[in-house]
Design a protein around this ligand. Structure first.
Ligand SMILES: Nc1nc2c(ncn2[C@@H]2O[C@H](COP(=O)(O)OP(=O)(O)OP(=O)(O)O)[C@@H](O)[C@H]2O)c(=O)[nH]1
Ligand SMILES: [Mg+2]
Length: 291
C-alpha cells in the first residue's frame, strides 16, 4: 500500500494513569462477579482484544461481545463467526447496541454460564444470587451504551470520544442482574503500528496521539485499496490511483470549500470530516481485521 511504510515508525501508545488504575480495579472486582462481558469491536475482532484483560479472564466465565456490527462488513462477520465457532473456547455474540441487535441473548447466555454452579446451590436449598456482570473492554467500544441499552435508561454516561467512563459504577437491571461499568483499558505497548492506527480509526485511542491529519492520510490509503468507489463517489474525486493521499485530501478540501482565512485549504477540517464519516459508517461497512 502506498506510503504505508511511513507509518511503520509511529509509536502509538495511550496508557494514562486512570487506565492503570482501572486495570487494577478489574483485577480486584473480578472475583466478586459471576460473568464478565468482554466487549470488542466487530471491525477489529482480534486487535480490539486487550491482552492484559485476557490474562485476568483465564478460568473466569465470560462472554465475548463483538459490538458495532452495524459498522462491520457482513461477509467478514460471517467468516469470523465460522472461524470462532471452530476455534474460540469462549462463547461469543456479534451485537449492535445502537439497533439493539443480539441484546436479548446476553442475560440468558450469561445465566447459562452459571447453570452448574447455581444448580449446586439449589440442591443445597440456597436460592441463586443476583447475577453480577462486569463489562470490560478497550475505550469507546460501547460498554456504557450496552449497559444503558440493557437497563433501558441513561444509567451511565456515554460519548463518541474514548475515555468517557473514569470510574467503576454498578447499575441495577430489572432482571435480577447487576452490571459493573468500567473505564476502557488499553495496554502499555501496542507493538504494531498498523494495529495502533486501526485502533485509533475505530475511536479506541485519542486522535491526538496519532494526529488527525496523519490518521486521515492512513484512512485514504486504506480507502484507495478497500473502498475506492465510495471515496470517488462520495467526495467527487477524479480518480485516486495516481494521486497521493495528501493530494486527495487537498482535492476533497477544495471540493468542499474548506479554506482557511488567507486561502489555503483547511486540512485539519477535511481530516476531521473524513474520520467522522468513517466512524458513522458513511463510507460503508468496513472491517479492519480481515479474514
Ligand atoms: N454505530 C454504533 N455505535 C455505537 C454502538 N454502540 C455504541 N456506539 C457508540 O460508541 C460511542 C462510545 O460508546 P460508549 O458506550 O461511551 O463506549 P465505552 O466503551 O463506554 O467508552 P469509554 O467509557 O470511553 O471506555 C458512542 O458514541 C456510542 O453511541 C453500536 O453498536 N454501533
Ligand atoms: Mg464508558
Amino acid at each position: 500500500m502506498e506510503d504505508l511504510q511511513d507509518f511503520e515508525k509511529l509509536n502509538i501508545n495511550w496508557f494514562p494513569g486512570h487506565m492503570r488504575k482501572a486495570l487494577r480495579g478489574v483485577g480486584d472486582q473480578i472475583k466478586r462477579v459471576d460473568v464478565v462481558l468482554e466487549l470488542r469491536d466487530a471491525r477489529l475482532p482480534v486487535t480490539s482484544q486487550n491482552p492484559d484483560l485476557q490474562n485476568l479472564l483465564i478460568n473466569k466465565p465470560s462472554l465475548i461481545l463483538f459490538n458495532k456490527s452495524d459498522l462491520a462488513d457482513p461477509n467478514q462477520i460471517k467468516k469470523w463467526e465460522s472461524k470462532l465457532k471452530n476455534e474460540s473456547t469462549k462463547p461469543f455474540l456479534f451485537v449492535d447496541v445502537k439497533k439493539r441487535k443480539g441484546l436479548s441473548q446476553i442475560i440468558p447466555n450469561s445465566k447459562k454460564l452459571m447453570q452448574t454452579r447455581w444448580e449446586n446451590l439449589r440442591q443445597r436449598g440456597i436460592r441463586p444470587p443476583v447475577l453480577r456482570l462486569m463489562v470490560i473492554g478497550i475505550p469507546n467500544v460501547g460498554k456504557s451504551s450496552l449497559i444503558n441499552a440493557l437497563a433501558r435508561r441513561g444509567a451511565t454516561q456515554t460519548g463518541p470520544k474514548p475515555g468517557v467512563t473514569r470510574h467503576q459504577e454498578w447499575i441495577v437491571l430489572g432482571q435480577n442482574a447487576e452490571l459493573l461499568d468500567t473505564p476502557g483499558i488499553l495496554w502499555p505497548k501496542i507493538q504494531n503500528t498498523i494495529d495502533g492506527l486501526n485502533l485509533t480509526l475505530i475511536g479506541g485511542i485519542r486522535d491526538e496521539i496519532v494526529g488527525v491529519e496523519k490518521l486521515a492520510n492512513y484512512l485514504i490509503q486504506l480507502g484507495k485499496k478497500r473502498f475506492s468507489q465510495k471515496l470517488l463517489a462520495r467526495y467527487k474525486i477524479d480518480g485516486c490511483e495516481a494521486q497521493s493521499s495528501q493530494e486527495i485530501l487537498h482535492q476533497i478540501a477544495n471540493n468542499r470549500g474548506f479554506f482557511r482565512t488567507g486561502g489555503n485549504v483547511d486540512i485539519q477540517r477535511v481530516s476531521e470530516m473524513l474520520l467522522h464519516d468513517f466512524r458513522e459508517g458513511l463510507c460503508g461497512p468496513i472491517n479492519l481485521d480481515l479474514l
